[in-house]
Ligand binder design. Structure first.
Ligand SMILES: Cc1ncc(COP(=O)(O)O)c(C=O)c1O
Length: 383
């Protein structure tokens, strides 16, 4: 045997966030603000739908693209909630957004293709792209308060550009693209014809009255693929359910590889998802909105610069004043001040001047965690 493992897999590392969180969770009395999932339980009405599915023996292989009743529900939901027009044949049910993202990259990318992603970026994209032997082309958006500078974007485009990934609201910044950013992306996408993969998993957790989206550019419909998930808005991270939307000929190719990856998605989770889409995430969104306001006020008191997030449940304050890299800062925070934060470097090299804080944790933990961070900052400043 010449090589024991696939070279691409050997080069991939386990998620830094997971390993760092696991490492520091052993610190006694630590408060964790690393977690990217709602602390809330899934609503009873959703759990009841799952129990009913079990009792009605939905325990067999489901169709590989998902149950028709769920796909119909999604079509209705997307029309009503976001004004999108998709046919049931343009929906594939996925394992959270994650298996959908993987299938998109696998179906679209050839070795040498390029994928443009604004930095900082969600951690799962880069390893998947590397696995496909494609090239990640990222550009730093921090000096634009995480918005898109059209010239910077254009500088990334080449004849090999295949996909641009857009995540708004964003993980890790919580920032939402302005209409100007969206229009800039649309102009460039139209001109060059590459796909836009819109990772919309946080689009129901938005603190603005209006979320500008690429989907309003209907001229791009055939180029856009939407990755969606029930994990975040409905506190269903463990149910592993999400979906993809895209033009028929594109989604067909994606569905082919997705079928071989997963066979199908848990029939119980699919039936629960139908009930979930009838529930309203407004209550939790309002809780997050209050927490965000609280955390921003505390950052102001600490004198810690942070671009105000307008969605998701993350804050990405800047720590460059302390002249430490983000991992060193987070290690010190964990081991000396007992507060677990995520090093910004995990979201791209330019994120090394920042830390990610999740306010999806319990309220008391958020308060106490920020108190501990304040103490650390005071000590570092020597006052
Ligand atoms: C931007 C983004 N996309 C996708 C996912 C994947 O989530 P899931 O597979 O639970 O839908 C996450 C999870 O944190 C995320 O932050």
């Amino acid at each position: 045997m010449k090589e024991r493992f696939n070279r691409q897999v050997t080069n991939i590392q386990f998620s830094g966030i997971r390993s760092f969180s696991e490492e520091v969770s052993k610190v006694e009395g630590i408060i964790s603000m690393t977690i990217g999932e709602p602390e809330f339980a899934t609503e009873q009405i959703i759990k009841d739908a799952a129990i009913e599915a079990l009792n009605r023996d939905f325990t067999h292989y489901p169709p590989s693209v998902g149950f028709l009743d769920l796909r119909r529900k999604i079509v209705e939901f997307e029309k009503e909630k976001h004004g999108l027009t998709y046919d049931v044949s343009e929906v594939v049910i996925t394992n959270g957004a994650t298996s959908g993202l993987a299938a998109v990259f696998m179906a679209l990318l050839n070795p040498g293709d390029e994928v443009i992603i604004p930095e900082p970026m969600y951690v799962a994209y880069a390893p998947m792209i590397a696995y496909c032997q494609a090239k990640l082309v990222s550009f730093d958006t921090s000096s634009e308060d995480y918005q898109i500078d059209e010239a910077k974007l254009r500088a990334c485009v080449s004849e090999h550009t295949k996909i641009l990934v857009l995540t708004s609201p964003n993980n890790p910044t919580g920032c939402v693209y302005t209409q100007e950013s969206i229009d800039a992306i649309a102009r460039v996408a139209k001109e060059y014809g590459f796909f836009v993969l819109s990772d919309d998993v946080y689009n129901q957790l938005v603190y603005l009255d209006h979320l500008p989206t690429i989907h309003d550019h209907t001229e791009l419909r055939d180029q856009i693929i939407i990755a969606q998930s029930l994990s975040k808005p409905y506190a269903m991270t463990g149910w592993r359910i999400g979906y993809l939307l895209g033009e028929t000929s594109v989604i067909r190719e994606i569905a082919k590889i997705h079928q071989y990856l997963v066979t199908g998605i848990s029939s119980i989770s699919q039936k629960a998802a139908i009930a979930a889409l009838d529930t309203d995430p407004t209550r939790v969104r309002e809780i997050y909105r209050r927490r965000k306001a609280f955390a921003m006020k505390r950052f102001q008191e600490m004198g810690l610069p942070c671009v105000e997030p307008q969605g998701a449940f993350y804050l990405f304050p800047n720590i460059s004043e302390f002249k430490m890299d983000s991992l060193a800062f987070c290690r010190k925070a964990a081991y000396e001040y007992k507060v677990a934060l995520v090093p910004g470097v995990y979201f791209g090299r330019s994120g090394d001047t920042n830390i990610r804080i999740s306010f999806a944790c319990k309220e008391e933990e958020l308060k106490e965690g920020l108190n501990r961070l304040e103490k650390m900052i005071r000590d570092l400043r020597g006052n």
